[in-house]
Design a protein around this ligand. Sequence first.
Ligand SMILES: [Zn+2]
Length: 227
Amino acid sequence: MSHLEPGLILPDTGNRSWLSQFENWLIDLIFPPVCSCGRVDYHFCADCLKELQRFPLKSRIASGQPLNGLASTGIYAGILERAIRAFKYDGVTGLDKHLAERLQRTYEGTHWPIDLIIPVPLAEKRLDERGYNQSEMLGACMSKIGAIACRSDFMRRIRETDQQARLSGEQRVVNVRNAFEASDAVKGLAILLIDDVVTTGSTLNECARALKRVGAKAVYGLTVGRA
Ligand SMILES: [Zn+2]
């Protein structure tokens, strides 16, 4: 498998994120934002942020194959779901550090021996729509908090897939099969995959398969929520 060159894999999101920020500003002007709690003029209000910060960690750690382990910071419901949705769909990117902190604390409880963080790559189409990859932001932020290297250019999607949310469990497995390609730079390393939500685990397992195909020693998955 080819070695992926840093910088060639992900499109330059610099202009795009500026543009999407401008678009968000314009949309806010015409349609004032409403927080999921109902408060107007906030995408995510201060009270909701406090609620998120108080929301206890409820990590559950499982093991399986090809993932060596899988953990989440809590169930995808209530304030955690609202925060993830605001972060992912409403452009409230400032939530990254709050969510990454939950990831870091959960990771510390696992005692997994990790060499490198890799965020789950977003489909090109989603990246175009959203302007940012939420998993990449979480990975980068967690990397800063925990001082573990993070490389988003070591894995990419090699084909377009349907949105997993619309599919059943079995369809999800088929949908993401062979959708990822990993750099052989991961050979011999223990990888921590980061994603916002895990449902059936088919995406994370397929990423793990791609990483192990090029010689990753172990692959663990960590998500903010589990559905
Ligand atoms: Zn609120």
